[in-house]
Design a binder for this molecule. Structure first.
Ligand code: SF4
Length: 241
């Protein structure tokens, strides 16, 4: 039997590590998720909407909306340099199992990454990778640091002439930034190895056990809770506070 999941992204790997059955339902069974309607402030829509607004503003195709105002000066700077051609915005990168860049939809794609923006000036040896985050940062420090690391090393694989990648989270609602992560090409081999073996647990998986608990099931789209549609028979009910 062939493992059914061929590729990964940071968010799907995180889901798999929390509850493999959730990824099985989403990616293998392709079970439908609850309808979210069209409220632009619905939690499942809002983040995507604000990302699109930031992209449009940087590209000169939209206004600085109210949800972007706390990063006015940073976004204005990105909008200013965008026409110079040294800024990638919401670009979709694919990588093979050997971390070679490939098309996002290549038949051999193994890792998919979408960076919110990447500065890659030819005069600078350093790449800067930025990620917009909505909602609260509290409690998400560890996964966000891990994501910074993955995106930093992916950027170095994408740009072989660069020696260093810096990466940072911009918390648009809170108006604050994470500490900068800095990754040197000469020391990323162990990081690549670690991510490879971590991801292979998912891309090599033949079984997808459920890991029901309050924290995993609370916002799961297959749970018996408000955010879910009850599709998962193992889901734990969590009473709203
Ligand atoms: S409801 Fe809970 S056990 Fe079921 S898929 Fe979601 S997280 Fe996993």
């Amino acid at each position: 039997m062939q493992p059914p999941i061929k590729s990964w992204s940071f968010s799907v790997l995180r889901d798999f590590e929390q509850c493999p059955y959730k990824v099985y339902l989403a990616k293998v069974e392709k079970a439908p998720q609850p309808e979210v309607g069209d409220d632009p402030d619905h939690p499942l829509i809002r983040g995507d909407r604000i990302h699109k607004e930031a992209e449009a503003f940087i590209k000169g195709e939209g206004e600085l909306t109210k949800d972007l105002r706390k990063f006015r000066s940073e976004l204005e700077r990105l909008a200013e340099i965008y026409p110079e051609g040294n800024l990638e915005v919401e670009k979709k990168w694919g990588f093979t199992r050997d971390w070679e860049p490939c098309d996002f939809f290549d038949s051999n794609v193994w890792l998919r990454v979408i960076c919110d923006f990447v500065e890659h000036s030819p005069e600078e040896p350093v790449l800067f990778v930025g990620d917009h985050k909505t909602g609260k940062s509290f409690g998400k420090e560890v996964p966000h640091r891990q994501q910074q690391q993955l995106y930093g090393i992916a950027a170095l694989m994408k740009y072989p002439d660069k020696q260093i990648a810096s990466s940072q989270m911009w918390y648009l609602d809170e108006g604050k930034k994470s500490a900068i992560g800095r990754y040197d090409r000469h020391s990323i081999a162990p990081l690549l190895q670690r991510w490879t073996s971590r991801a292979e647990k998912m891309t090599g998986a033949l079984t997808f056990p459920a890991k029901p608990n309050r924290s995993n099931c609370r916002f799961c789209p297959y749970s018996p809770n408000e955010a879910g549609n009850g599709r998962c028979p193992y889901g734990v009910e969590v009473q709203a506070k």
